[in-house]
Design a protein around this ligand. Structure first.
Ligand code: FMN
Length: 180
């Protein structure tokens, strides 16, 4: 079987995406040959990796700047994306983030997929939103308070398990490559 060397790169401001990245790595470790993990600030070299997973935190409807710059630096790779965000994973906003980031990665790479889950919103940001006038889209009405409270519980064990299972199925070598 061909060597299956992988690289997981994550960008994380408050720890949610780092936690998810480490959970994915643990989930993949037993099944896939060698998986390196690194923070985006360390500018890990993707040369020789069979696949690169890039983790980001959602920032104003896109991947955060550091993750986005790293994604843009990749060329000719098999790239998978994962991210944490305040929004619900089944929301239109989540779909937009997924599409936007995948489109950036697809410019110069083959995109393997995108996994998103919620992540605790920085309480300082929640406090800022509480000061906004009611007509602002981020103003803390009842629905948004509920969203922030739900996000605060993530990423949880279920998210991490789901992310690891998602990438395990996406990265597993095709059956034809598994020796009899
Ligand atoms: C400046 C800022 C902008 C954000 N923008 C979005 C956004 O556009 N959509 C969203 O769903 N969450 C947004 N969030 C929430 C974060 O993406 C979320 O809390 C994420 O889990 C943080 O990840 P980290 O702990 O790895 O830094 C934003 C948070 C901050 C601080």
């Amino acid at each position: 079987m061909a060597e299956r060397r992988g690289l997981i790169v994550y960008s994380s401001k408050t720890g949610n995406t780092k936690k998810l990245a480490e959970g994915i790595r643990t989930g993949l470790a037993a099944a896939l040959a060698e998986t390196r993990i690194a923070a985006v600030e360390d500018s890990p070299d993707p040369a020789g990796a069979d696949w690169v997973l890039v983790g980001f935190w959602a920032d104003r409807g896109n991947a955060d700047r550091k993750a986005l710059n790293y994604i843009k630096s990749l060329e000719g790779h098999r790239v998978g994306l994962f991210g944490t965000m305040g929004a619900y994973p089944d929301s239109g906003h989540a779909r937009d983030i997924s599409r936007t980031v995948q489109a950036v990665a697809a410019e110069k790479n083959t995109v393997l997929g995108c996994f998103l889950c919620q992540g605790r919103i920085d309480p300082a940001l929640t406090e800022q939103f509480k000061q906004l006038p009611p007509d602002n889209p981020h103003a803390m009405n009842e629905e948004r308070i509920k969203l922030h409270l739900e996000a605060a519980k993530h990423p949880d064990e279920k998210d991490i398990e789901a992310a690891a299972a998602y990438w395990l199925s996406m990265l597993r070598p095709p059956v034809a490559e598994i020796p009899a």
